[in-house]
Write a protein that binds this ligand. Sequence first.
Ligand SMILES: Cc1ncc(COP(=O)(O)O)c(C=O)c1O
Length: 414
Amino acid sequence: MAYFYRDGKLKVGTETAFADVAELARPQGRPTYIYDIGDIEKRLRAYDAAFKGLNTAIHYAVKANSNPSILKRLAQWGAGVDTVSAGEVKKAIAAGFAPSKIIFSGVAKTKAEIEYAVTQGIKQLNVESPAELKRIVATCRALGKTVDVAFRMNPDVDPKTHPYITTGFRENKFGMDESFLPELLATLRESKDVVRLRGLTMHIGSLLFDLDVLQEAVEKTIAVHKRFEAEGFALDRFDIGGGLGIRYETDDTSEEFAMLATYGERLTAVFKKHFGADVSSKLEILTEPGRILVARSGLLVSEVQYIKKAPAKTFAIVDTGMHHLLRPALYQAKHRVLPIEERKSSAGESYDIVGPICESSDVLAKNVALPLLDEGDLLGFADSGAYGFAMASSYNSHEFPVELIVENGRASRA
Ligand SMILES: Cc1ncc(COP(=O)(O)O)c(C=O)c1O
């Protein structure tokens, strides 16, 4: 458990090695993201264990949280990364990832980004369109270099998540369906000197809980994999993407660990069914988890500036907002609001927690029941380790939040 109360005060870490959240956040003097490194390591190990029956490589999705200390630890623990910009590739290399551990996804790679990735010799470019493949071929020829690629397929499934985070549905901009195959095959055949197709990749969306849909997407993509094999391409990788969700409404993490174990078991059975019991000697299975590894590790701590009792609402106005944690404004996401120092009094009130940004969408939480609040109280927005700081901006010229890493009960500036 990354965050827990002891003697009425919120702590971060484990029962035996922890730090006090208020003591960490107060001296910073501005909103602060705290990350519990131990929680990320525990989740990486659980992910690994879930796929122990396959030859798996975990490529953490850097977009979820690109904090340099987190990346450095993930590199030390042996993970790889999935990146979506040259900036993320650079951050990964700076954090210690070998280029052979880096894959590069994304629909809009520029010429300069492809050039950079090819020059670095990264593991794989995940190609999203025939036009991108042609650009990669031209870039490799100009540089006199070769590159390994995977084709991102769009299996056209409905992952039943927020419409802004579906990516494997026919109306999404991501990936390709089978109608793209003739053009891809033609380009591949005339560019064997520079481009090698290693496999297919898919990622159908984020915050997913429906394993039936994930399995359906994998099986549809396996059918396309077999078509490439029938066309004479020897594929030795299969990238299943990321996407597993967490239940933001509760601190009970047992469901997500159980889901992860079942996901691993089910996909192991699927790959064995389609490729035989010795699938591990034929295929490397790449995974791209983001949220499930880092979301629970993070807490955004902010200070109440004012209490404003309007006729219709009581507002707690805090010093953080949509510029630091965009998910509530962008996806109507809900983060649990944790008082950092629990009050002994049982009196409470229902608050809308709002920030300083000049937008009415700058609401972090609506109608939350909390102990009576005062100016100067600290509040934490739970499970904000994924797509939190990574989506932060300086809108309205506010400063970015501080980031602190907590490891074995000790904090350091990230
Ligand atoms: C290609 C790709 N892989 C992996 C991820 C990580 O997804 P999640 O954080 O839901 O695991 C994303 C997120 O959007 C993605 O676009």
